[in-house]
Write a protein that binds this ligand. Structure first.
Ligand code: PBG
Length: 328
């Protein structure tokens, strides 16, 4: 659709001044678009740096008051909680996931007690922070067993809902888990607890630093290719999303983020539902190192986040969220 031609049409005219660029801007980024992930560790008064994620820390629960207060002040609507479980609490079955005094459960209670509904809390449903083999589910003959895993994930979801979690976010990629979790939440009177399905999660190399952060990297045997999606595929993501919507997902996540903008756009055009994006740990660390080494400047972060909006994302999980929200 070309409505004129050079020299009567000059697209640079609208780019000349900042006021004019603002007027024709098609997408915007605000702090309401961001979700802030927080890593948790045991102990008191601890903020432990994560080597593979410069500028990101594991925090003990007593630090959450300060952090969440900052998050709320910056206008970020939700935090995502991830535990770095002590090694001696990990086992073959990920039993610690069902302990009502595990890190995540205590953190939910701590935040909800202080901040009520002024902040949303989302929690991953998956067993990888709790298993000694680092997989998201139960192993049977060295294979992640689908249906057996679902029965544990359902219990994990109910427990998180009981603690006060607002958004249950299954990131495990088992078939059929959204339906089972929805049914069981409803049966237990948690019909208002939302489900954000990591519907399109690729078996990605960009998760490395995260696995380091939660302490599953060294223990992870082989890879997650028999449950997470093959990164060569695109149409398959529509099948995943269609199933999860039918099973009761309120929102879906595409993960990783920036290398998968095509998938975000495709899902958004095919299903008119909230699509969230996860700018994962590897993406974070690559950009952060680029900035630290002065290969790129700080505005790279805003650019990367705005691209998600352009692709059609409703919100973005990003380790940059808190820093960037302050600047918006
Ligand atoms: C685990 C989980 C992973 C991430 C979020 N939840 C890693 C994995 O599947 O191995 C990755 C997040 C990131 O890299 O920032 N179910």
């Amino acid at each position: 659709m070309i409505t004129g031609k050079y020299p009567s049409l000059r697209l640079r005219r609208s780019r000349k001044y900042n006021w004019s660029r603002k007027l024709v801007r098609e997408n915007n980024l605000s702090s309401s678009d961001l979700i802030y992930p927080i890593f948790l560790i045991e102990g008191k008064n601890r903020n432990q740096p994560i080597k593979t994620m410069p500028g990101v820390y594991r925090h003990s629960i007593d630090q959450l008051g300060k952090i969440v207060n900052n998050v709320i002040k910056s206008g970020i609507p939700m935090v995502a909680l991830f535990p770095s479980t002590p090694k001696n609490k990990k086992d073959n079955y990920g039993s610690e996931a069902l302990n009502e005094n595990n890190l995540v459960c205590r953190a939910i209670r701590y935040i909800k007690k202080r901040f009520k509904n002024n902040i949303g809390i989302m929690c991953d449903v998956a067993l990888d922070p709790y298993t000694n083999h680092g997989h998201d589910g139960l192993l049977k003959n060295n294979y992640v067993a689908n249906d057996e895993t679902i029965s544990v994930l359902v219990k994990q979801s109910i427990l998180q809902a009981q603690m006060g979690c607002d958004v249950i976010a299954p990131s495990d990629m088992m078939d059929g888990r959204i339906g089972s979790i929805r049914k069981s939440l409803d049966k237990n009177k948690f019909q208002d607890v939302q489900i954000l399905s990591y519907a399109v999660k690729f078996a990605s190399n960009f998760y490395g630093p995260f696995r380091d952060a939660i302490g599953s990297k060294k223990s992870l045997k082989s890879n997650k290719k028999n449950y997470q999606m093959d990164f060569s595929n695109s149409n398959e993501s529509l099948r995943e999303v269609a199933l999860d919507i039918k099973e009761g997902a309120d929102m879906v996540m595409v993960k990783p983020g920036l290398p998968y903008l095509d998938i975000i756009q495709k899902v958004k055009t095919n299903f008119k539902i909230p699509v969230l994006a996860y700018q994962v740990s590897g993406e974070y660390s690559l950009i952060k190192n680029g900035i630290r080494n002065k290969y790129v400047n700080e505005d790279t972060i805003i650019e990367s986040l705005l691209c998600f909006k352009r692709a059609g994302a409703s919100a973005i999980v990003s380790y940059f969220a808190l820093d960037i929200a302050k600047k918006l």
